[in-house]
Design a protein around this ligand. Structure first.
Ligand SMILES: N[C@@H](CCC(=O)N[C@@H](CS)C(=O)NCC(=O)O)C(=O)O
Length: 218
């Protein structure tokens, strides 16, 4: 059986977890406490980068959430989470890449500020502008359709959909982006979403770990 090394409050893990649920693939969730378990020699053997998620398939290990999503798509093609039409593929990739290279990095200084770590006003301002630009980009990309790939739910919705709602934690109002607001509501109806949404209490308990991780990171 597939093994997913992860933690319930990790957004990078949640992407993979949702894909496994959507594809109805049986798997074992191996919890890695992010209080230092990820830094042990044992876990470093599993992932030299000392991060989750890691997917293990009969001894073959895949790290990096986007690579894991591609692996799952290739090994379990049904139901398809990646379209085959050229334009739809481009839409999905744009949504994924903007998520991991624009929006997610912009959340780092904002999270640092939220948990009480030192952060410069300039970096906060740049991060807020980057979040705004990303949200505008996504609203335009979605273009009032149901999902980024068109009529069907894809990896784009998983990657963008597990990031965009977090903007509200930093004071962004999704009402300014009506297409995105309706799409978030649509995602919230899915079982895979409901099963994987971290509870407020879980996040609260994890704050010291989040702080320690952010202190060690670029
Ligand atoms: N680019 C990686 C990022 C993985 C990542 O940063 N995971 C975090 C949890 S959200 C982690 O394991 N952090 C532990 C640490 O930095 O010590 C991916 O997409 O899988």
């Amino acid at each position: 059986m597939l093994k997913l090394y992860g933690n319930r409050i990790s957004v990078n893990v949640r992407r993979v977890w949702i894909a496994l649920l959507e594809k109805q693939i049986p798997f074992e969730f191996v919890t890695v406490q992010l209080d230092g378990d990820q830094l042990t020699p044992e876990f470093s053997e599993v992932n030299r980068l000392q991060r989750v998620p890691v997917l293990e398939d009969e001894g073959f290990r895949v790290v990096e959430s986007i690579a894991i999503l591609d692996y799952l798509e290739a090994t379990h093609p049904e139901p398809a989470l990646m379209p085959t039409d050229a334009k739809a593929i481009a839409m999905v990739r744009m949504a994924e890449i903007v998520g991991i290279t624009e929006l997610q990095p912009a959340f780092v200084p904002l999270t640092r500020q939220l948990v009480g770590l030192e952060e410069s006003g300039d970096r906060i301002e740049i991060a807020r502008q980057q979040v705004t630009k990303s949200l505008q980009f996504y609203e335009h990309l979605l273009g009032g359709r149901s999902y980024f790939g068109g009529a069907t739910f894809t990896l784009a919705d998983i990657v963008a959909g597990t990031l965009i709602p977090s903007a509200t934690m930093f004071g962004f109002d999704l009402a300014a982006y009506p297409g995105l607001a309706a799409w978030v509501e649509r995602l919230n109806q899915r079982d895979s979403w409901q099963q994987t949404t971290p509870q407020a209490a879980e996040i609260q308990v994890a704050i010291p770990n989040i702080k320690r991780i952010l202190e060690r990171r670029l």
